[in-house]
Design a protein around this ligand. Structure first.
Ligand code: BES
Ligand code: MN
Ligand code: MN
Length: 454
């Protein structure tokens, strides 16, 4: 390890420069205009994997954005780790709120600012640098490694899912290493053992066959925005309970032990509220904030449109209104089943004055992994060595759709060893990544490979 660690420590500046090159590529998966950038980012990853010393580094075409695969399988008798990450990023809007352009990586203090810095380019890149350090020093890896890097995580991973289903032999492994989550706090070594799932729906309400003068017709027909607002208000009660019949049927209750473990983590409701600029926190009654965001399902309206939204006033009774509504799910809720329950309920509460159509945009299954798996223990030990503290275990409210597919199809334990921070503005303006954590993440990856090979 000495040589590997020495190499990593002496290449810090190079790593930052390379990461900057990666971050300059605007690989926004959801926008058609960035299609070419997706190929550019995938090619960048292929080249870096090959330069690092990985074999068979290549682009794999899909119906959507390309996948990247590489492997090095010359450690017979040793376990195989599949390293997963994503090179796609979220859109940058609202662009006006960025202090520096999202695709011109800018270093301020300990942080590098750019879209994708923490989610997930910076975190994914740590593993490429970790294997490189092995190849450049001792010339080999302590175990077998495969990489699968995708460009559609932020849009639901459906093409990777198909690829995993069809290529179970190619991806066969003993553990899946993923750095796409957060530390519990700065400098705190953390493993995430649970992710929420998601069911993302779009509801369109149509009233009159065209926009109308709101004076002439107001009072005569149902207004789709008013109707939609009333419908949304019927999705949740004042205690934060979701009113869709059957919604909670499959929810695994929190155990006393888990609730006690959550309570042991340092957490201040006051600071949490203050950091978010709210006077009071809000959520499901009977649960603490950590319980609500990690282990209880929720329903949120992500966006609502309709009618006139420009400056000034226009008197219009709109023909249409639309809402994007997502539900975060916990074990053992099934996004497909929840989508059906949602649609049934929406159709039931929709008045006859409007037409309602519902679209299922995407979904992901929730997961809670076992803490005593060998790979998880190896990661906990690696993190503790590098950060110099005991590793803490947490759950996460966000989702990584492919993790459940890996667990089910490859029957391999997912290890969520992320080193981001939830304060690093992922999906919002001024996304950044702490460069000390970046460096510690490279070291943690290297120690993990060493530890899991034992
Ligand atoms: N890396 C995130 C998941 C995440 C968020 C982990 C916050 C830890 C902290 C991932 O890229 C993500 O954003 N997932 C989406 C998935 C969705 C588009 C299906 C999410 O959770 O919204
Ligand atoms: Mn991510
Ligand atoms: Mn994301």
């Amino acid at each position: 390890m000495e040589n590997v660690v020495g190499y990593i420590n002496s290449h810090k500046a190079n790593y930052v420069e390379e990461l900057k090159d990666f971050l300059r590529i605007p690989s926004i998966s959801t926008l058609a205009e960035n299609k070419n950038d997706m190929l550019k980012a995938a090619s960048f990853v292929v080249k870096k994997l090959a330069d690092a010393g990985m074999e068979n580094a290549k682009i794999v075409e899909t119906k959507g954005h390309p996948l990247v695969y590489a492997d090095w399988l010359h450690a017979p008798g040793k376990p195989t780790v599949l390293i997963y990450g994503h090179y796609d990023v979220q859109p940058v809007d609202p662009i006006d709120l960025w202090d520096s352009p999202p695709f011109e990586p800018t270093i301020k203090g300990e942080n590098i600012y750019a879209r994708g810095a923490t989610d997930d380019k910076g975190q994914m890149y740590m593993h490429i640098k970790s294997v490189e350090a092995y190849f450049k020093t001792i010339g080999k890896l302590p175990l077998n490694v495969k990489f699968i890097i995708e460009g559609e995580e932020e849009i639901g991973s459906s093409n990777l899912e198909e690829f995993v289903n069809k290529n179970q032999d190619l991806l066969k492994c003993d553990a899946v290493m993923i750095s796409d989550t957060s530390l519990y706090g700065p400098g705190i070594p953390t493993l995430t053992y649970g992710l929420r799932g998601i069911c993302y729906m779009e509801v369109t309400v149509t009233g009159p066959n065209r926009d109308l003068h709101s004076g002439t017709f107001g009072g005569g027909v149902g207004n789709p925005i008013n109707v939609l607002a009333v419908m949304i208000s019927k999705l949740m009660d004042s205690n934060g309970k979701i009113k869709i019949p059957g919604f909670y049927d499959d929810v695994v209750r929190l155990t006393k032990k888990e609730r006690d473990n959550f309570k042991k983590l340092p957490f201040s409701e006051k600071q949490y509220a203050k950091a978010l600029g709210v006077k009071e926190l809000k959520g499901e009654k009977g649960y603490t904030t950590l319980e609500r965001v990690w282990a209880r399902p929720t329903l949120d309206c992500n966006g609502i449109t309709g009618g006139f939204t420009g400056d000034g006033a226009k008197t219009v009774l709109p023909s249409k209104a639309k809402a994007k509504i997502s539900m975060r799910l916990v074990p053992n809720q099934d996004p497909i089943k929840i989508g059906k329950l949602f649609s049934k309920y929406i159709n039931k509460i929709a008045p006859k004055s409007v037409k309602v159509s519902i679209k299922d945009l995407h979904g992901a299954y929730p997961i809670a992994t076992s803490l005593d798996d060998k790979a998880t223990q190896a990661a906990a030990k690696a993190l503790a060595t590098v950060f110099g503290k005991k590793t803490v275990f947490m759950r996460e409210g966000g989702s990584i759709p492919i993790v459940v597919t890996f667990a089910k199809k490859l029957k391999a334990a997912p290890v969520l060893m992320g080193v981001g921070l939830n304060t690093e503005n992922l999906h919002s303006p001024n996304e950044h990544f702490n460069l000390n954590h970046f460096q510690l993440g490279i070291l943690s990856s290297a120690y993990f490979l060493d530890e899991f090979a034992k």
